[in-house]
Design a protein around this ligand. Structure first.
Ligand code: SF4
Length: 405
């Protein structure tokens, strides 16, 4: 764990102190082409969750979506140039018709190239998949998390049997990119348990599979105490080994895709800046992180007063911006100098000489002509960097929820 701790110390030694923030309108940003929409409703609250989620309540839905339309209007007025939509949660598929109505609303103003939506295997149905396809969804990501009943139980998921999971995946595969999320390094999970999950899901109709490590939940519970990070590396390489010589290609540190015509699982990776709307949504605009209110009432109240629902912000230093961009690019195995030149006016080596040297030393990266190539060991390091980033963002979520911000 020494290398892991050194990497964590170097790349995540940020000061995540956020300032209070209020504004009437979004900042200017012609480069913000990605729109993130947060739908927090879930039918139950999973103990391992790292996202902002609340119990589904039918009475909250209409006002919430109306408020999001008003928030989008603010970006339209500021001439944002959206081309990609990512709808996360929560469980957006619980409110499929409202989600599609919102997509249609955005499409009145923008030519949208791709739409990615998260959902749960529990609530997806043929009718919902058809609705999502009709409104232009190009990627559906289903949270399956675990297939075996004993593993589902250990992470507090409602039981859904294997046949039902596979038949729902089959039914949802009419969406161009169908991703399935599976958690690994769960308490008491063995390599054989994970092998079983991989074997089943690999033969399913999903053309994208994302395996991500369990992380401390934003909820205080016993599951957090049971996470054993020392086992993660073994699981990580086991997954990788299982996809060698398969139809799947590793498209980033966590994701395996069939073919090359797919959308990746992270809008933050593909677009340098993005605007987030909805309660608890975060935006990253011109080097500034902005956080929306996590309280739905407060969120709607701010919108009704014609204010932005943003409550906190942080201006990242140049070094922090470079690190963040590096983490995203490292995660997607695509450290290209052009992006760094365009965003920061200089080659990556100008900003990260020592850090890159360390990564060479531990054999995480190597040079191939003028390109930085990520080794298999480097893919594991990329997994760690992204995980630590998620954990930091989760801490912000936890702070906002606990302080009713
Ligand atoms: S893990 Fe997914 S389904 Fe479970 S509470 Fe979190 S957002 Fe909702």
């Amino acid at each position: 764990m020494i290398i892991e701790n050194v990497i964590k110390y170097i790349f995540h030694n940020y000061n995540w102190h956020l300032e209070n923030y209020s504004a009437k309108e979004p900042e200017e940003c012609i480069d913000c082409k990605a729109l993130y929409i947060h739908v927090p409703f879930c039918s139950s609250l999973c103990p391992f969750c790292i996202f902002h989620s609340v119990l589904y309540n039918k009475n909250l839905v209409k006002d919430y979506f109306d408020s999001m339309k008003k928030e989008i209007d603010k970006y339209i007025d500021k001439n944002y140039n959206f081309e990609s939509i990512y709808i996360g949660g929560g469980t957006p598929t619980l409110t499929t018709s409202e989600v599609c109505d919102l997509i249609d609303y955005v499409k009145n103003y923008y030519k949208i190239k791709e739409i990615s939506i998260e959902g749960s295997i529990q609530d997806i149905s043929d009718e919902k998949v058809n609705t999502l396809k009709e409104c232009g969804t190009t990627r559906l990501s289903l949270g399956v998390e675990a297939i075996q009943p004993s593993i589902q139980k250990s992470i507090g998921r409602a039981n859904i049997d294997e046949e039902e999971i596979l038949s729902k995946i089959d039914m949802a595969s009419k969406i161009k990119t169908l991703n399935v999320d599976i958690l690994f390094n769960l308490p008491n999970q063995t390599i054989n348990d994970l092998g079983y999950e991989i074997e089943k899901i690999k033969d399913s109709k999903a053309n994208q599979l994302t395996f991500y490590p369990i992380m401390p939940s934003i909820r205080n519970n016993n599951l957090n105490k049971e996470i054993d990070e020392s086992k993660e590396k073994q699981f990580y390489f086991y997954i990788m080994k299982n996809f060698v010589n398969s139809y799947f290609y590793q498209s980033n540190a966590w994701t395996y895709s069939k073919g090359s015509d797919f959308i990746t699982d992270e809008y933050i990776v593909d677009y340098p800046y993005f605007a987030g709307i909805g309660t608890g949504a975060m935006s990253y605009i011109n080097g500034k992180y902005l956080v929306n209110s996590f309280n739905i009432n407060k969120y709607e109240k701010l919108i009704s007063k014609n204010s932005m629902p943003t409550i906190l912000s942080k201006d990242l230093s140049l070094k922090e911006q470079v690190y963040l961009e590096f983490i995203y690019k490292f995660y997607s195995f695509n450290i290209d100098n052009d992006t760094f030149e365009k965003l920061f006016g200089a080659n990556i080596e100008n900003y990260m000489k020592e850090e890159l040297y360390l990564l060479y030393l531990i054999n995480a990266i190597k040079k191939d002509s003028n390109k930085i190539v990520i080794t298999d060991y480097g893919k594991y390091i990329a997994n760690l960097l992204m995980k630590y980033f998620y954990i930091n963002v989760s801490k912000i979520r936890k702070y906002c929820i606990e302080n009713n911000l």
